[in-house]
Design a protein around this ligand. Structure first.
Ligand SMILES: Nc1ncnc2c1ncn2[C@@H]1O[C@H](COP(=O)(O)OP(=O)(O)OP(=O)(O)O)[C@@H](O)[C@H]1O
Ligand SMILES: [Mg+2]
Length: 259
């Protein structure tokens, strides 16, 4: 897969083995780091650099991570949500939970099965999430017709589902995400916490697009919360910026243990 992606990325310069940057979760182990690096080398790269996803996201979102202030970034992906406090180009504390957008999809499936005797697949669940899913009451609540299979009769049926129902379905997962923020604050030095209280928490990753998630976090932890522009793309944008200007960003790269 990596070889294919590398080929696609360098259509014109086939003879030059490229430099590659790989974004990895902040909790990655040394063994995993080596595995990632070896895979990228085998796939045809000349040099491989690793960077933590939250750091790449922060750079992609233009946060001043090289300054002495604290920046809190929460990256909500499919399988995991990661929160990190970054200061002076380094992650000071981080927390990672194995809950993200995919868990919200399965929450919706279980809820519809239990409450409506309706069986829907993952793709439908994701569509429902994007269309009417929300973490906080909406100004105008939404509804949609959902097609699925009636669990009792086995026949296809269409049922109207509301945003209130979906909010209830996913509330536990949303709470788990917010708890992870609270736990990270317990481990953050007071000076950095004060910076974050002033500047706010920055949400990135596809999960940041869930309607009302920023509002829900704002109301629960009583701090400013911002969704970065282009949350789905800011990790890759940040990685690109680092690769374009390695001298400036060398500090933020994950150091090799062999060095
Ligand atoms: N508009 C939206 N509303 C709610 N969720 C969304 C929206 N758009 C995308 N998502 C969800 O965002 C998740 C994907 O986000 P992202 O691309 O950041 O994850 P990833 O980086 O691939 O995953 P990971 O970081 O866990 O490896 C999916 O669960 C997807 O359903
Ligand atoms: Mg991600």
């Amino acid at each position: 897969m990596l070889r294919n992606l590398i080929l696609r990325a360098q259509k014109k310069r086939l003879l030059v083995r490229p430099r590659v940057i790989v974004c990895v979760p902040s909790g990655i182990t040394e063994v995993e780091k080596r595995a990632v690096r070896d895979s990228a080398l085998h796939a045809g790269s000349r040099e491989v650099y690793l960077i933590s996803e939250p750091v790449a996201a922060a750079i992609g979102a233009d946060l001043p991570i090289d300054e002495a202030c604290g920046n809190m970034v929460m990256d909500i992906g499919g399988g995991t949500s990661e929160i990190a406090v970054i200061s002076l180009s380094h992650i000071v504390v981080h927390n990672s939970i194995r809950v993200g957008g995919d868990k919200i999809d399965t929450d919706i499936i279980s809820y519809l099965r239990k409450k409506n005797n309706l069986h829907v697949g993952l793709q439908t669940a994701e569509k429902i999430k994007m269309a009417i899913g929300s973490a906080y009451p909406l100004k105008q609540e939404l509804s949609m017709d959902v097609r699925g299979r009636d669990i009792v009769s086995g026949y296809p049926v269409t049922i109207k589902i509301t945003s209130e129902e979906i909010r209830e379905a996913i509330s536990e997962t949303v709470t788990a995400m917010i708890d992870a923020i609270k736990r990270l604050f317990e481990r953050t030095a007071p000076e950095l916490s004060a910076d974050i209280a002033e500047r706010g928490i920055f949400l990135t990753g596809g999960g940041a697009l869930l309607k009302g998630l920023d509002e829900k976090i704002r109301k629960t932890v009583d701090l400013p919360v911002h969704v970065v522009p282009d949350p789905l793309e800011c990790v890759v944008k940040g990685a690109g910026k680092v690769l374009d200007d390695l001298d400036r960003y060398r500090q933020v790269l994950i150091k090799r243990i062999e060095d």
